[in-house]
Structures are given as C-alpha cells and as structure tokens.
Design a protein around this ligand. Structure first.
Ligand code: ADP
Ligand code: TRP
Length: 325
C-alpha cells in the first residue's frame, strides 16, 4: 500500500498535530507492507507566508521535527515539495480537467474569503496542487485530519476526470485515512488547539516556556478540597491524551476525589508531556546542530520520490501529447 501525506510549514508543530497526524504517519511506516511518502508542503505555504527566509526556516524546522518525532528516512521517503517541481506540472495538467464549480465549492477557500482574506489564484487552486501531490506517486491512502476530507473528495474527482479524458489506468484514485478515535486536542484556552488561534503547546518549546504555557491553561475556580468537573475541562482532556490507559484510573481520581489543586494537576500534565516527548526533544536538539543531516535526508528523499514520479509523469505527458515520443 502506498501512503502519502504532507504538512504545511506555517508554524511550529504542536501536540494537536502530533496526536492528530504525525503519530499516525509514524505508525504507518512501521508496517513493512507500506511504502510511505511524507513531505513538507512549502509550495502550499507560499499562499500565505510571503517572507522567503521565514518559509525556508519553517520548512527546515518541520523536516527536523518529522525526523525527531520518529519518521525514519530508512523506512519512509521524506522530502520537501519544492524539490519535486513535477508536482506543479501535474497540477497544471489537472487544472485543465477541473471544473471551476468544483473549486468554488471548496470549504477552505470559502472560509478564507468569508474571513475577509483577498483570495489569490494560488489559494483558489490549492486543492489542485494537493491532488497533484497525491496522484503523482499513485498513492492508495492519505492519512489526514477531518478538515482535509473535502480535499480528498476533490482529488478523486480530478483523478477520475483525468482518467476519463486520457486513459483508465493513468492515475490511481486514492482514499483518505481519517482516524475516528483521534479526539480534537484542545488548546490552553479550551478551543481546538491551532497555530492560528495562538493557543498551542509546542512539542519542542524550551522547558521553561512549556511550563509557562501549561500553567496558563484556563481552569475554573473549584476549591482544592472539592472534586473537579470533568466535562468541558481542558486540563482533564489534555491529561487523558497523555496518560496510558492502565494509569488513567489513578490520574482521573485527581479530579473526581477532591483534595488535589489545579496547580498540582498542571504539574502532572507537564511531567507527562516531557516524558512523552523526552526522546524526541533530545533528538530535535541534536538535529538543530546538524542542519547538514536534515538537508541530506530531504535531498535524498526528493531523489527517491522523483524516481517514482518520473515514470508517472512520462505516462501522463505521453497521454496528453506533450513532448516527443
Ligand atoms: P493548525 O490548525 O495548527 O494550523 P494544521 O491545519 O496545519 O494545524 O494541521 C496539520 C495536521 O494536524 C492535520 O492533519 C490536522 O488534522 C491535525 N491537527 C491540527 N490541530 C489538531 C488538534 N487540535 N487536534 C487533533 N489534530 C489536529
Ligand atoms: N492541505 C494539507 C493541510 O493543510 C497539507 C497537504 C498538502 C497535504 N498536500 C497534501 C496533505 C497532500 C495530504 C496530502 O493539512
């Protein structure tokens, strides 16, 4: 089974990104039957980030984060999207079989327009580039969060339209892989944790900063001696994400029994976060001192991805009548 997914380098990775996406990427690469491709979607990110130095630094950061969190260059092909320029060529081919109406119905495009962002063509065509990412390696499965479901539906429509126009077997029609049990991880203010809400707990923040963020988690004013509410309690939801099932009854009692203050519960959460990501944080520090290693992984990954991609592109170009045969 060929698996592919990408993450936009628009900011620092947070624990919602890990539990919602990256943990799944790591698990999928463990199965020897899977052929995994994971990339840093910098071509997508230029629709919003307009500072070149910032984007390049972010792309490096996400790649180093991927590796630190367990994506293994020996098991997965890791690359930077812009190192594979063929995706923009396939995106153009796909755009010629994509009805305007399909893109006009895009939620993410409509949301941005509704929020008053002046849309550029790149934002409008975003789903076409994403379809090209997926179809160019003939991926079978695409692990993503629920918010990406419509993009996968559009990808299937584009693959079907291209195949109908140029030949049945040219592009593989992919399926999304959305884990229903992955809860939405709440941020420090109780809303969905998201880079755009400024409410994240960053996986690789310095310990002091992480501590400050954990201590700032919004709680109610239940006195120390009393049992704490569990429904709608951000701290409860976050601890649940981090606690192994066998230890959950004991942790849960910190809320249900009374006698433990929110300050102590926050300390427990901080300890859990540091324990869960301890190894990854140490590896990430090493990678920060070894940019050359990360860059080599990406360069090598792009080379490996392009071996597969060159065959798919040769078929597509031939079918469209582009180039000499
Ligand atoms: P953000 O909302 O911070 O910008 P992205 O949209 O870049 O995050 O999401 C990258 C991946 O992480 C997606 O697969 C998304 O579903 C997942 N993800 C993001 N935030 C959360 C969250 N709070 N809980 C669970 N998964 C999340
Ligand atoms: N649109 C995805 C997101 O915002 C990122 C992405 C770009 C992607 N191309 C992709 C995800 C291809 C999966 C497959 O999260």
């Amino acid at each position: 089974m060929r698996v592919l997914s990408g993450v936009q380098p628009t900011g620092k990775l947070h624990i919602g990104n890990y539990f919602g996406a990256i943990r799944q990427f790591v698990e999928l690469q463990r199965d020897a039957g899977n052929d995994c491709y994971y990339f840093v979607a910098d071509l997508h990110a230029i629709t919003t980030i307009k500072d070149g130095n910032e984007l390049r630094a972010n792309a490096f950061m996400v790649a180093a984060d991927f590796i630190a969190l367990g994506l293994d260059p020996a098991r997965s092909v890791l690359y930077r999207q812009s190192d594979v320029p063929e995706v923009t060529e396939l995106a153009w081919m796909l755009s010629t079989v994509t009805p305007m109406g399909l893109l006009q119905r895009g939620h993410s495009y409509k949301d941005k327009v509704a929020r008053g962002i002046t849309p550029n063509h790149g934002l409008f065509a975003y789903p076409v580039l994403m379809a090209a990412d997926i179809l160019i390696v003939r991926a079978d499965r695409v692990p993503v969060g629920k918010d990406q479901k419509q993009h996968l539906e559009m990808t299937r429509d584009m693959a079907a339209a291209f195949n109908q126009t140029y030949g049945d077997e040219l592009l593989r029609v992919p399926e999304e892989l959305i884990l229903p049990e992955v809860a939405v991880v709440p941020g420090v203010d109780g809303q969905k944790m998201s880079k755009s809400y400024g409410n994240t707990l960053e996986i690789f923040a310095p310990e002091g900063e992480l501590k400050k963020r954990v201590m700032s988690i919004v709680t109610d004013s239940t006195p120390v001696a009393e049992p704490k509410p569990t429904r709608g309690n951000t701290l409860y939801a976050l601890l649940k994400v981090f606690t192994p099932p066998g230890e959950w009854p004991e942790t849960k009692m910190m809320f249900t029994e009374g006698g433990t203050g929110y300050g102590d519960i926050k300390k427990r959460l901080l300890a859990r976060i540091l324990e869960t990501f301890g190894e990854a944080r140490a590896r990430r520090e090493q990678l920060e001192r070894d940019h050359g290693y990360v860059e080599n992984v990406l360069r090598d990954g792009a080379g490996r991805a392009r071996e597969v991609i060159s065959r798919v592109m040769a078929d597509c170009r031939k079918a469209c009548g582009l180039g000499w045969v």
